[in-house]
Design a protein around this ligand. Structure first.
Ligand code: HMG
Ligand code: MG
Length: 296
């Protein structure tokens, strides 16, 4: 049976923009964030404290944290102890770390093997939990890796188990390059839900092959009631070949609305947020609901 209520975690300001080659002005990002909050978003990834040499687009993380209209849960990403320190210094109360199941992807993304990443993050996470910080673990390449191909379900579960043992509050499990199908989504999320009943479980789908809405429906049936989405279908990891946008917030909310599942988010107001960011990004925005909105 389907849930009556779903939580949307808006990742547009972070995943949505990190791969954008035009440097978007901080003020435009702040306006985008403000409108997303106005649309009813309660959980949002605002930015990331990563190396500005690796991801120049996120180099205004501190200004964003200082000036943004914070959502109830405002999350920032950090890849290592340095990023976590910067994040906490900026006032962040919710921090996301990110590791790939695939070693090759993890090396390209954060310059460490998966095991090295878990090892160096271990003391950092234990300290964050001691301090009562909300910790989210983003698990990349959970289904497929653009370099290594198919990922074994057991390998993904094992990596998640290590983070759950460290006390993380949430697992956000990602189809980084949009290769999963609905049967695989149902199977993995069923296993995750059964294996880790006490953590928040979130599905993060990229829509590269236009299977994300189908994968979300399959995940709903597997008991998932939290989804990462990006307004305008923006997004993609710069270090994963072939990754394109996240599934679009406005299209997911519309599907959930039509299923009678409430999110507290207003589609039209999300489209107004897309309107703010659209002139500043180099890719055309072609989501179903934004097109309808534009055509009146
Ligand atoms: P490295 O070169 O191995 O880092 O990169 P290092 O520790 O050797 O340090 C090198 C330099 O970077 C030093 O500065 C450090 O101080 C600095 P220098 O002495 O040369 O002047 N540095 C930092 N500066 C700012 N913030 C930091 C930081 N750490 C070190 N946190 C590193 C390793 C992790 C830093 C780098 O690889 C990196 O920043 N990677 C980030 C990649 C990224 O942001 N990817 C996208 C997010 S993940 C994603 O999108 C997937 C997700 O959406 C789920 C999915 O869809 O799969 C979450
Ligand atoms: Mg992503």
């Amino acid at each position: 049976s389907l849930p009556k209520k779903v939580t949307i975690i808006e990742v547009g300001p972070r995943d949505g923009l990190q791969n954008e080659k035009n440097q978007v002005e901080t003020n435009v990002k702040l306006e985008f964030i403000r409108q997303l909050k106005k649309a009813g978003v309660t959980e949002m990834e605002l930015t990331s404290f990563v190396s500005p040499k690796w991801v120049p687009q996120m180099s205004d993380a501190r200004e964003i944290m200082e000036q943004a209209d914070l959502a109830e849960r405002s999350i920032v990403l950090a890849p290592n102890a340095k990023g976590v320190a910067y994040a906490q210094d900026s006032g962040a109360k919710s921090i996301a770390v990110f590791v790939g199941v695939s070693n090759t992807f993890n090396q390209k993304n954060i310059n460490r093997t998966t095991a090295e990443s878990v090892e160096t993050l271990t003391p950092v996470l234990l300290k964050l939990k001691e301090e009562g910080v909300f910790v989210r673990a983003c698990i990349s390449t959970a289904f497929y890796c653009p370099y290594e191909g198919k990922i074994e379900v057991d390998d993904c579960i094992e990596l998640c188990r290590q983070f759950v043992a460290l006390g993380v509050d949430e697992l956000s499990v990602a189809d980084t390059v949009g290769m999963a199908n609905p049967v695989e989504s149902y199977e993995l999320f069923t296993r995750l839900r059964q294996s880790f009943p006490s953590v928040l479980l979130t599905a993060h789908f990229h829509d590269t092959r236009k299977m994300a809405l189908a994968n979300i429906f399959a995940s709903l049936q597997a008991g998932v009631d939290r989804f990462d989405t990006a307004a305008g279908g923006l997004g993609g990891c710069p270090f994963a070949d072939g990754a394109t946008g996240n599934v679009a917030t406005e299209d997911v909310v519309n599907m959930l609305d039509s299923l009678g599942i409430s999110t507290g988010i207003d589609v039209k107001q999300v489209c107004e947020a897309v309107e703010i960011i659209a002139p500043h990004v180099s890719r055309p925005i072609e989501t179903g609901m934004y097109r309808l909105y534009e055509n009146g």
